[in-house]
Write a protein that binds this ligand. Structure first.
Ligand SMILES: [Zn+2]
Length: 254
């Protein structure tokens, strides 16, 4: 099993990927915690709003997340932002600068994809169903088809989600992963009769590496939302408020 190290996750504002700070100033990004946007603590509250990322304000785009594997492309002049909010899907891609792609999570894994060569970004919402369906790999693959992104150029960042310390799953979940071609022993460990602890990070790393994204281009923020229910919305950790944290990535206008 992967070592489950802890990163301080206290305090206001969005978490940034350490390795992406500075050198990737063409993008803005952040993994949310409880209420970095003031009173906005669900998808509904963010609808029609913008993300304030310091010097730049980005109108927010978000799909209706359905735990599937559908990848949606946003193109300025083709769709209106409001249309995107009505579409179902769990991965969103764009090459349009000046808008933020967002996913909302409470234990599910948010993933950012960035191709600095083609100037393209993607965002993925990956719970167990989406992960078993290969959504992160499909999003990266679509970046290749649509933007001619080379898999060797794609950078990925995996944000806070429920960790293998807390994510107990049962047989049907195992079967979905085995059917999806995942090495079950690599992404889980047995807990008790008919129950396993699932590692969403390992499962998504496996997907991205299977697609050809190199390990050194994948950043992982290992923070368990369930262990840190005081800081993050966690569906499993008795958080019945229905709160969701926003995670976003945007291409800055040059
Ligand atoms: Zn945990």
């Amino acid at each position: 099993m992967m070592n489950w190290e802890m990163i301080p996750a206290k305090g206001p504002g969005f978490l940034e990927v350490e390795a992406w700070k500075g050198k990737n100033n063409k993008i803005a990004h952040g993994f949310g915690r409880k209420n970095p946007g003031g009173e906005k603590n669900s998808r509904k509250d963010w609808h029609g709003k913008s993300v304030n990322a310091g010097e730049e304000i980005f109108p927010l785009l978000s799909l209706r997340q359905v735990h599937g594997d559908r990848v949606v492309l946003f193109e300025e002049n083709v769709q209106k932002i409001e249309e995107v909010w009505r579409l179902e899907g769990d991965a969103l891609l764009t090459r349009t600068p000046g808008v933020a792609l967002g996913v909302f999570t409470a234990d599910c894994l948010p993933i950012f994809l960035y191709d600095p060569i083609q100037g393209a970004i993607g965002i993925v919402h990956a719970g167990w169903r989406g992960t078993a369906g290969g959504v992160a790999g499909k999003a990266a693959e679509k970046m290749g088809e649509i933007f001619q992104s080379k898999n060797s150029n794609i950078l990925a960042a995996l944000g806070p989600c429920i960790g293998p310390c807390c994510y107990e799953v049962d047989g049907p979940v195992k079967n979905a992963f085995v059917s999806g071609g995942f090495p079950w022993d690599l992404i889980s460990r047995p807990r008790r009769e008919g129950k396993w602890l699932l590692d969403l990070y390992r499962a998504n790393l496996y997907l991205l590496e299977r697609y050809g994204i190199s390990k050194e281009n994948i950043q992982v923020l290992k923070i368990c939302t369930s262990c840190h229910g005081d800081t993050f919305y966690s569906y499993r950790n008795a958080d019945k408020t229905g709160g969701r944290q926003l995670n976003f990535i945007a291409l800055r206008k040059e």
